[in-house]
Design a protein around this ligand. Structure first.
Ligand code: GLV
Ligand code: MN
Ligand code: MN
Length: 399
């Protein structure tokens, strides 16, 4: 099947008409439709479909076993995400399998196409939850107890989608069967455009994480409470946003508040509490730690000045990732002059890299915009990505 045919099947699922963005949250109806699409792609190609104990999907070409060459990404999205972040890697994986078969390639190792669950952490807060559970870097009881914004737990959401939460946990047998993992992904940032290349190779991922900041004040009436009497959590939150921008820029780091909830959320009231999520990233772990510590210190200070209480809690953290040099060299040998790029974006490949030789391919994104409906890759570049992935799979699985 061509890339365009595959792409157009998945395109309408979970798309929000008003924004043109995707809302494909884990264990929702849109996610179930994406998973059914994956299952159908595996079935129609004669790939053996397996759902692992954490709900990640695997489509096996050949008997599952040691030395498997695994490729894939994720189907879930951020709120109003773009079409490419995640799905491009899965569509390209199926298209690469088709291309290899057309060419009569004979794998001597099993190949698997995979879809990891809850990569964005958009519903339950912890990014790459499916690959973290698979590799055992997140505790199963912590994962099962995570809740979404409506108070539904991860265990309840999984069970409602027909999976057994009692099965959740590390799967050493499955991880032990992975000989190499290659994730193709839309480029996030725009390094490839000026270099004139459709496809790049991942070198490293910046260390990054998410922190939840809680500012708790006292609810009051917007029209009658004197400023002098207020304990308004919005004030320290607002100054923390500005401080984070300054603190991160001084260190060459990044800090973003993309999600904030004011409670109880009345337009004519001083809020009782403000909950905000800090996403912070830096090239070095020490710089990341220092950035977050300094932002937390400023938030604490600003809260104390307003009589507001403050607490901060880490929700997820990914250490610096450097992809396997041997695999990178081998892929460079296949892809010729493809540029080698670092990225500030997180990926399941970053989690798997701690356990198995892992690599990434990036497909040019002309504007660099991602986590937005405007995210884009030209069709010709996507097709170049499929050819590159097929060449890499052939090198790794057919020799
Ligand atoms: C995932 O896309 C992330 O970098 O947060
Ligand atoms: Mn993403
Ligand atoms: Mn992604």
């Amino acid at each position: 099947m061509t890339f365009t045919e595959l792409w157009s099947q998945l395109e309408p699922i979970g798309r929000w008409a008003e924004t043109g963005g995707y809302r494909r949250y884990s264990w929702t109806a849109a996610d179930a439709d994406c998973r059914a699409w994956f299952a159908e792609q595996a079935r129609s190609r004669g790939l053996r479909l397996e759902t692992d104990r954490n709900g990640n999907l695997w489509g096996w070409w050949g008997e599952p076993g040691p030395g498997a060459i695994v490729t894939g990404s994720h189907l879930d999205s951020v709120p109003d995400g773009g079409a490419f972040d995640g799905p491009l890697g899965i569509v390209s994986a199926f298209a690469a399998v088709d291309l290899l078969r057309e060419r009569g390639a004979q794998p001597v190792k099993p190949i698997a196409v995979t879809a990891f669950v809850e990569e964005e952490g958009a519903r339950f807060g912890v990014a790459c939850l499916g690959s973290r559970l698979l590799t055992g870097v997140v505790d199963r009881s912590r994962a099962l107890g995570l809740t979404d914004d409506s108070g539904v737990s991860y265990a309840q959401a999984m069970a409602a989608a027909g999976l057994d939460p009692d099965n959740v946990g590390a799967d050493e047998g499955l991880v032990g069967n992975i000989g190499a993992f290659v994730e193709l992904h839309v480029e996030q940032g725009r390094a490839l455009e000026p270099l004139g290349h459709a496809v790049g190779i991942g070198e490293s991922i910046w260390p990054h994480g998410r922190w939840r900041l809680d500012f708790t004040g006292v609810a009051d009436h917007a029209g009658t409470a004197l400023f002098a009497d207020r304990k308004d959590p919005m004030l320290p939150y607002a100054s923390t946003v500005l401080a984070a921008r300054r603190i991160a820029s001084e260190r060459g780091a990044l800090a973003t508040f993309g999600k904030v909830i004011a409670e109880p959320g009345g337009a004519n009231g001083v809020p009782a509490a403000v909950h905000a999520w800090l996403d912070a990233r830096a090239a070095e772990e020490a710089v990341l730690r220092e950035t977050v510590t300094t932002v937390s210190y400023e938030a604490e200070k600003a809260s104390a000045e307003q009589g507001v209480s403050f607490s901060v809690r880490q929700e997820s953290e990914t250490p610096v990732v450097r992809f396997d040099q041997g695999l990178l060299n081998r892929i460079s040998g296949v892809l010729g002059k493809a540029p080698v790029l670092p990225t500030g974006a997180g990926h399941d490949a970053g989690v798997l890299a701690a356990r198995v030789p892992t690599a990434m391919l990036f497909v040019r994104n002309p504007t660099g915009v991602s986590h937005s409906p405007a995210e884009h890759a030209d069709r010709a570049d996507c097709e170049a990505g499929v050819r590159a992935l097929a060449a890499v799979l052939e090198e790794l699985a057919c020799r």
